[in-house]
Design a protein around this ligand. Structure first.
Ligand code: 0A1
Ligand code: ZN
Length: 880
């Protein structure tokens, strides 16, 4: 049990800060166990605060105070008090600005939570978002307090030759005892969550970028020496992102230097600290033989994401943490646009929707559902969620759809111009878009405040005599925690119609001819009429996934097969294939549950035969068309999830397709298989995706030939995409040399941490029997480490979140295993611990036996001594 019940923070309680800190000068004497921090702050009363208390409360945690003075006068013991969470000066000067000088000690080595200043391998680095700065020194740690930072770092020259902080370098020098110093100054006022420092033995990969106004920017990526050969893609991605933001949003970089540091120990993906991004190595390092094509794509996306934050997040920041999606939803939308433009917009959109529907929809339907702009939290770190990020991006995308690209751009221009240098709200963002376009988005705002995934149903009424189609759309949204009743939302529904021969139909809508329209669904029930039709059209609805809703539209297998062949909307064409497979799998699940023999509808086989024959030339897209819906997506559609039936039915479809279309799979495999080193260009990526999709089907045949094919590819591969795809096929089959392949992979890559993460994940996600025992053994493997988040995610996270079959074993061993890990992690790293709890949060979706086993484990977690706020919030809300 927790020592004291933790407090909830509410959006409705927001008040402006009572004091402001215009400037802070930080001086660090860096040391692994005893870092000495001196903070000199210029403080004044906030003229916009109506509070009348004379006390000054500065947040601070796990700090050892050495001294405190105001305007040079050391404070007496009765003038302030230091608690677990804050330091309070009882009476601060009210009538004038004043200076506070604080000196304190911190212990980076003991910091396994990776928040504040910590040690990663032999490097010192910081993570301050959301509230890590208070673990560095006492401060007004809230995003609406923006200060200019000057930082001086002093350290041992041999251990820490490189000393970095935000902004521009202003000086450096030597000191006695082999120490040296470097000073930095950031000319832009910023909230303290954007502060960063890094110290270590780092190699630098440098480049330059000339901005649209002709300014030359130095770009520097800092990594450990042995990784300098893996930075090329990150640097190229950064330059692409800088150019793209100029061209798409007219936004230019504002400092003379942009630095990225890659660290092995990081709780999240990366962090947008002003001028000094800190990245998880996973999103920087890539070489064709160590990183897959999707690693390359993720690196480009995350580099873009952090770069785009320089405007959407840093220049214009959040007033309070409830507004997190203001910067995150918008920036995810921007990075999605960027990645689409760099690769294929069609493929990127499908990948993003697939992730949203399998993961965010589950969050929105479970006990942790919350609005894009949450109203309450216990621990803000728990709100870096799929809802805030991914659904938040969908909300921005809908605004883009409603206003059109040009209108959206005008709105963004006004937003950045109006709010540059300010800490603002989601409301300010919508208001700028409204004002720039002269439109009213009143009802649309409900997307920010209402949780849950809306359901849209469709009724069709075709009048053959008059060539008219009437569509009646109805929307509803299931209750979510604290929101039993929902209001109708403003839902943009993009629509096209197809003629019987598959060609796009021209139709009349609102008196005008169209081939595509966006309907504004605003009422609970609304009808739309389409005229001038030559015959009954086939409706293509929610094109491009124009809103994050569940569309319920009964379709025959024939109609789905027709759309899969003909829809001109690339998203809906893919979606038709997914629906076709989903319906087929659900028929099989019924048969399994009724004990009937399994049979796959021939129309499904025919549809996949056509996809294999031709998909229009984009090989990545063709590979997506071939991918069956994931087990987690299928489970999301069941009232009571039956993990075994879902797995068995999906496997049956895959195997049946492989048996019926073996020749075509093999032919395509041979056509696109190359012995290539793995350059990251669209042609090569497409070939590999398609070929490896074929290989994964062929391996379901479990024949000596298919086993040989996989093993040959594994042994000969000169790029990681081919090597790991082959190993995955081997590990998920009854391949006789499985263990030997895994061993040789380990021996080959034991020096490359990111590759060894893949090795852990492959084994943790295998559907083969005995996986749980293997996972338990891997916990004892010398390369496993509970203090390295990437490792924990690779093994514990992968098993509990991506292996439904074995994690949900009916005897509860998976649940017990996870709860034990959560309890261990709680003491080391509460953020990672609380992320791991999510495997248990969906307990209500399972049968009674599993429900009670999962609940029991959640209760055991909640009853743990010294439970962190992070884990307490997730586990207790999951049980509520
Ligand atoms: N703002 C970062 C995400 C981030 C959030 C919290 C962190 O530590 C607790 C670290 C990174 C982003 O959106 O990339
Ligand atoms: Zn972000």
């Amino acid at each position: 049990m927790r020592d004291a019940s933790p407090q909830t923070v509410y959006l409705k309680d927001y008040t402006p800060p009572e004091y402001l800190i215009d400037q802070i000068e930080l001086h660090f004497e860096l040391d692994e166990q005893r870092t000495r921090v001196q903070a000199r702050m210029n403080v004044r009363r906030n003229p916009h605060s109506s509070a009348d208390s004379v006390a000054l409360k500065l947040w601070g945690e796990e700090l050892q105070l050495l001294s405190i003075a105001i305007d040079g006068r050391p404070l007496q013991e009765n003038e302030f008090v230091v608690g677990d969470e804050a330091l309070i000066v009882h009476e601060a000067p009210q009538d004038r600005p004043f200076e506070i000088l604080i000196e304190n000690l911190i212990d980076p080595q003991a910091n396994t939570a990776l928040e504040g200043l910590y040690l990663s391998s032999s490097m010192l680095c910081t993570q301050c978002e959301a509230q890590g700065f208070r673990k560095i020194t006492w401060f007004l740690d809230r995003p609406d307090v923006m200060s200019r930072f000057k930082t001086t770092l002093v350290a041992d020259k041999a251990k820490y030759p490189v000393l970095l902080s935000n902004g521009n370098k202003t000086g450096s020098g030597e000191l006695e005892n082999n120490r040296h110093w470097v000073s930095w100054e950031d000319p832009f006022a910023k909230p303290c969550y954007l502060f960063a420092l890094v110290a270590g033995q780092l190699a630098c990969v440098a480049d330059q970028f000339v901005t649209m106004s002709g300014r030359r920017i130095d770009l520097q990526i800092f990594v450990e020496q042995h990784n300098v050969d893996k930075c090329g893609h990150a640097i190229q991605s950064l330059k692409n992102a800088m150019r793209w933001d100029e061209q798409t949003y007219g936004l230019e970089y504002d400092l003379d230097l942009y630095m990225i540091v890659a660290v092995d120990h990081f709780n999240m993906g990366a962090m947008e600290n002003k001028g000094l991004n800190v990245f998880n190595t996973k999103f920087v390092l890539a070489r064709p033989d160590t990183a897959t094509d999707s690693d390359y794509e993720h690196i480009e996306g995350v580099i873009g994401h952090e770069y785009f934050h320089n405007w959407s997040g840093n220049r214009v920041t959040c007033r309070d943490w409830f507004q997190l999606s203001l910067k995150e939803g918008f920036t995810v939308f921007r990075d999605q646009q960027f990645s689409g433009d760099m690769t294929s917009p069609a493929v990127k959109r499908i990948e993003d929707v697939n992730a949203l529907r399998t993961r965010q929809f589950a969050e929105d339907a479970g006990p942790l559902a919350h609005p894009v702009r949450p109203e309450a939290y216990i621990e803000i770190n728990n709100f870096y969620t799929l809802t805030v990020y991914e659904k938040g991006a969908e909300v921005v995308r809908m605004l883009h759809t409603l206003l059109g690209a040009a209108g959206f751009r005008m709105g963004c221009d006004l937003y950045f111009q109006r709010h540059d240098g300010q800490a603002v709200t989601c409301e300010d963002f919508v208001k700028a878009l409204e004002d720039a376009n002269g439109v009213e988005l009143g009802q649309f705002r409900r997307w920010y405040s209402q949780a849950g995934t809306p359901v849209v149903t469709v009724e069709q009424d075709y009048d053959a005599a008059n060539g008219r189609l009437q569509l009646t759309l109805r929307q509803s949204c299931p209750p979510t925690p604290n929101q039993p009743v929902k209001q109708p939302l403003h839902i943009p529904v993009k629509l096209g119609l197809l003629n019987a021969d598959g060609s796009p139909a021209t139709f009349e809508f609102a008196g005008q001819p169209h081939t595509e329209v966006t309907l504004d669904l605003t009422a609970a029930e609304q009808s739309f009429n389409f005229g001038n039709l030559a015959g009954k059209p086939v409706v293509s609805l929610l094109r491009g996934f124009s809103a994050p809703v569940t569309l319920q539209m009964p379709r025959s297998l024939d109609e789905l097969a027709f759309l899969l062949s003909h829809d001109s909307d690339t998203f809906n064409r893919w979606e038709a294939g997914q629906q076709l497979a989903t319906q087929a799998i659900f028929q099989l699940i019924d048969s399994i549950e009724l004990g009937r023999p399994l049979q796959l509808e021939p129309i499904v086989v025919d549809a996949y035969r056509r996809v294999l024959a031709d998909a229009g030339g984009d090989l990545s897209y063709q590979a997506l068309l071939l991918a069956l819906p994931e087990e987690s997506y299928l489970s999301g559609q069941m009232p009571v999830i039956d993990v075994e039936a879902v797995h068995q039915a999906r496997e049956f479809v895959k195997k049946t397709l492989a048996e019926n279309l073996a020749e075509q799979f093999l032919e395509l495999y041979r056509q696109y298989h190359r012995d290539e080193s793995g350059c990251f260009d669209a042609g090569a990526v497409g070939r590999r995706r398609l070929k490896n999709a074929c290989l994964s089907y062929l391996c379901k045949l479990e024949t000596p030939d298919s086993h040989r094919l996989a093993e040959q590819q594994f042994r000969a591969a000169r790029n990681m995409t081919d090597q790991i795809s082959a190993l995955a096929a081997i590990v998920n089959s009854r391949h006789p040399d499985q263990d030997d392949c895994l061993d040789s992979f380990y021996r080959q890559w034991q020096q490359e941490a990111l590759v060894i993460d893949k090795w852990f994940t492959l084994q943790a996600t295998s559907s083969m029997p005995n996986t749980f025992a293997k996972v338990q053994n891997l916990m004892r493997h010398p390369a496993f480490d509970m203090k390295t988040p990437n490792r924990v995610r690779a093994l514990v996270g992968a098993f509990s979140q991506s292996n439904p079959l074995h994690f949900h074993a009916a005897n509860g061993e998976g649940y017990r295993f996870l709860a034990d890990r959560v309890i261990e992690l709680n003491a080391l790293n509460p953020q990672i611990a609380s992320r791991m709890v999510s495997g248990l949060a969906q307990w209500r979706r399972y049968d009674a036996n599993r429900q009670s086993l999962m609940k029991q484990e959640l209760q055991r977690i909640v009853a743990t001594d010294h439970l962190s706020k992070d884990v307490y919030e997730i586990a207790s809300k999951s049980l509520a």
